[in-house]
Design a protein around this ligand. Structure first.
Ligand code: NAD
Ligand code: IPM
Ligand code: MN
Length: 346
């Protein structure tokens, strides 16, 4: 069976890391006799330059028709001037695909604690999964943008909270059985609804899972103080965006962090959590691991090829533990030499 993957390289380091993921997928497809078909489409700033639209109709049609969508990254200073924004294309893509649950795993492998900016003792054993709500909240509320006043509405329905909470509880059952739900219920109405919806679902169907509620400011602190205490961290869109960048540096660099975005069915969107990194774009400095591990998540969740995903994860772990890596984790490799090293291990 041939699987159809749409590639959206995007902007800045996006094409560099998407190219690395593609190389790894090709190597894995050959080794495991998988049939993968790719279609590359314009998206983000690159699509604005070509057509004025960050998410053109033909790109949308291709994505809706695919088994999985892989995105490099979008955005950059070139499109910050007040015209259409590449990031708006990404929000519309997530909404069009209906991918409401964004999984962002962060772990520190045994023996790799030295890559962390924190004391090795503090990050030993870190293995957490942020489940971020991705198609609601402040990202999608009404906006008012005037010269003197601006507002961003934050709206959640109970149904939106319950469906992403269900993913967190189901995932926790397959891990160590703990969910920390993060909100700002001491201030925000949406957070009080969030807490109520999560608690009700927990009591009705998931009382075997250990649930705690943590305020987001305290969670920002605890992620540094005792990150190994957490397993699944469930939170809303904006808090999840911020906390996942924070958590991503526990193993050493945001360049290491992958993500999978899922909805109903198996089609998903896969992207490293970092952005277009304009400061290092075009210099061969981008760490390809976040993108490569995102490709592994794509094989696991959308393409029914878990054993191939395991082989990629193992190759990445082996390359990192042998001391190879890009400059962000203290290594001497370029994006392509590191990618080749991982390819050779598959
Ligand atoms: P960023 O994630 O692009 O970069 C933050 C820092 O991390 C930079 O110093 C960068 O060099 C470094 N970094 C990021 N990826 C790296 C990698 N693979 N290897 C090594 N270092 C890496 O965040 P930013 O600078 O705040 O945003 C730049 C642009 O990217 C903005 O336009 C933003 O909107 C966009 N953005 C896009 C996505 C996405 O497409 N999914 C995600 C985040 C930000
Ligand atoms: C991410 C990014 C996006 C987000 C931006 C580029 C819209 O920061 O994927 O984390 O905020 O969701
Ligand atoms: Mn982000």
């Amino acid at each position: 069976m041939t699987r159809n993957i749409v590639f959206l390289p995007g902007d800045g380091v996006g094409p560099e890391v998407a190219g690395a993921a593609r190389k790894i997928l090709d190597a894995a497809a050959e080794r495991f006799s998988l049939s993968l078909e790719y279609r590359e489409c314009l998206f983000g700033g690159a699509a604005i330059d070509a057509s004025g639209d960050p998410f053109p109709a033909d790109t949308k049609a291709a994505c809706l028709d695919a088994d999985a969508v892989f995105l490099g990254a979008v955005g950059g200073p070139k499109w910050d001037g007040g015209g259409p924004r590449p990031e708006k294309g990404l929000l519309d893509l997530r909404k069009a695909l209906g991918v409401y649950a964004n999984l962002r795993p962060v772990s520190v492998a045994a023996g790799m604690e030295h890559l962390s900016p924190l004391n090795p003792e503090r990050v030993r054993g870190v293995d957490l999964l942020i489940v971020r709500e991705l198609t609601g909240g402040m990202y999608f509320g009404k906006r008012m943008e005037g010269d003197e006043t601006a507002s961003d509405e934050c709206l959640y329905t109970k149904a939106e909270v319950s469906r992403v909470a269900r993913i967190a509880f189901e995932t926790a059952r397959k891990r160590s059985g703990r969910v920390a739900s993060v909100d700002k219920a001491n201030v925000m109405a949406t957070s009080r609804l969030w807490r109520k919806a999560v608690s009700e679902l927990h009591a009705a169907e998931y009382s075997d899972v250990e649930l705690s509620h943590v305020l987001v400011d305290a969670m920002a602190m605890k992620l540094i103080l005792a990150p190994a205490d957490f397993d699944v961290i469930l939170t809303e869109n904006l808090f999840g965006d911020i906390l996942s960048d924070e958590a991503s540096v526990l193993p050493g660099s945001i360049g290491l962090a992958p993500s999978a975005s899922l909805g109903e069915g198996t089609r998903g969107l896969y992207e490293p959590i970092h952005g277009s990194a304009p400061d290092i774009a075009g210099q061969g400095k981008a760490n390809p691991v976040g993108a490569i591990l995102s490709a592994a998540m794509m094989l696991r969740y959308s393409l029914d090829a878990g054993e191939v995903a395991d082989a990629i994860d193992a190759a990445v772990a082996k390359a990192l533990s042998s001391g190879r890596g890009t400059a962000d984790i203290g290594g001497k490799d370029t994006t392509s030499s590191f990618t080749d090293a991982i390819c050779a291990l598959i």
